[in-house]
Design a protein around this ligand. Structure first.
Ligand code: SF4
Length: 410
């Protein structure tokens, strides 16, 4: 079930719904067709698949997540896509930047009353709501770190374009995501490259739309020959995908917590103990020493829990240093763009299956990803601090600045 306030359920402006409908699998097919028919207007087509979408499609076809990834690679390449990447790779950048941002905010908490709690920013459903309803009050708390989708945007239209000797405009970049809100995120002016006159992510299609593409082509993923995985921007080892520990929404709480415990208090945390509060979508993790709470983290999923959190913040009653905020109940694996249950299939059982498939992969800690560390060295350290900051971070806006007089449906 989708969030009640995200684009998945339609609480958006009319201009935003146009932006959403402009991005569909038909657009991708048009570009691929054009590549076949025109010799001059060729685009290099890149598809970046999220691990949540992979798990959703794997559940539909009774495959492992890795097998679904290999067959999706084959399917997309068969259609004329040139490269199929995977957003766990770009998520490693998001996790590393979130870890550093948190420690920096924690260290200035005495001077800046709005440095904590740091609220995650990878969910555009939550960002959309925060900008529209709580504007100036809540925005300073939100992490400036880019989401995995938009980190991939930086990688593909920045580093990759450079390496291939292409202009960003010559690349058509598609992200496969578990939700419709990611389409809105891709079309934010902050992710438009003015000079190159192109977006970092040109089109977002949902897991459900990939399923529709397969149906329209009369193809079952079970009958597709698996292809070797593209290793350039994919978190893989020996043709197997690697995952991040923690939640199915990116594991932000997990990774920021373990890093902060070590960096700030010298504590090595091997396993996190989650305490369920009002419901399973509101959980807490604390680091205590000698009866003193050193770190207090929470994950808050779904509209009701988020509202509760914001009210607590407004009353100055939030005890948290960090909150992983996600708009959908149960998080991204349950996103509104995931493959729908078959007739008679129990949605809860389907979600459980998707969660199991997602969790089955071998974990890799962001700090241990040598290929990402190498990109920090060879790319980000060479572009200068300001440019690196632009490539890895973003900013948020109050509604007035964003919608410029458009009628809101709120
Ligand atoms: S929780 Fe995940 S799937 Fe749901 S709106 Fe946010 S980013 Fe999309």
């Amino acid at each position: 079930m989708a969030s009640v306030f995200s684009a998945c359920s339609g609480c958006i402006t009319s201009a935003e719904s146009v932006l959403i409908t402009q991005q569909s699998h038909q657009e991708l097919l048009k570009v691929l067709l054009n590549n076949k028919s025109s010799a001059t207007e060729q685009k290099v087509v890149v598809v970046s698949v999220s691990p949540q979408s992979r798990a959703s499609l794997a559940a539909r076809f009774d495959l492992s997540s890795g097998e679904a990834g290999r067959r999706l690679t084959s399917f997309f390449k068969g259609l004329g896509v040139h490269h199929v990447f995977e957003t766990s790779f770009s998520r490693t950048f998001s996790l590393l930047e979130s870890q550093r941002e948190f420690v920096e905010r924690f260290q200035r908490k005495e001077q800046d009353s709005k440095s904590l709690p740091m609220l995650t920013s990878a969910c555009p459903g939550w960002i959309c709501y925060a900008e529209k309803t709580h504007g100036e009050f809540v925005l300073p708390y939100i992490s400036t770190t880019r989401s995995p989708q938009q980190m991939m945007g930086s990688l593909v239209k920045g580093y990759f374009a450079e390496q291939q000797g292409l202009s960003p405009q010559q690349i058509y970049h598609v992200a496969v995501m578990p939700c419709f809100d990611k389409k809105l995120e891709a079309s934010r002016p902050d992710f438009y490259l003015d000079e190159a006159e192109t977006r970092e992510v040109d089109c977002v299609i949902t897991s459900g739309e990939v399923q529709k593409m397969l149906e329209e082509k009369n193809v079952s993923l079970n009958d597709v020959e698996p292809a070797p995985l593209d290793t350039l921007f994919s978190s893989v080892s020996e043709d197997e995908f690697l995952k991040h520990s923690g939640s199915g929404s990116g594991g932000y709480l997990h990774h920021v917590f373990t890093y902060a415990a070590k960096q700030l208090f010298g504590e090595e945390v091997k396993e996190l103990t989650y305490k369920t509060l009002r419901n399973k979508d509101f959980q807490e993790v604390t680091l205590e020493k000698d009866g003193v709470v050193l770190l207090s983290f929470a994950s808050t999923y779904g509209f009701r829990n988020i509202q509760n959190l914001v009210q607590k913040l407004k009353r100055g009653k939030s005890p948290y240093h960090f909150v992983e905020v996600m708009a959908c109940p149960a998080g991204c694996l349950n996103g509104g763009g995931q493959v729908k249950p078959l007739p008679g299939q129990n949605p809860k059982e389907l979600l459980q299956k998707v969660e199991e498939l997602y969790m089955a992969e071998r974990p890799l800690s962001p700090e241990d990803d040598t290929r990402v560390a190498e990109l920090y060295q060879s790319w980000l350290h060479t572009v200068g601090e300001d440019r690196a900051n632009e490539l890895l971070h973003t900013r948020y806006h109050t509604v007035e600045k964003m919608t410029n007089g458009l009628t809101m449906k709120w």
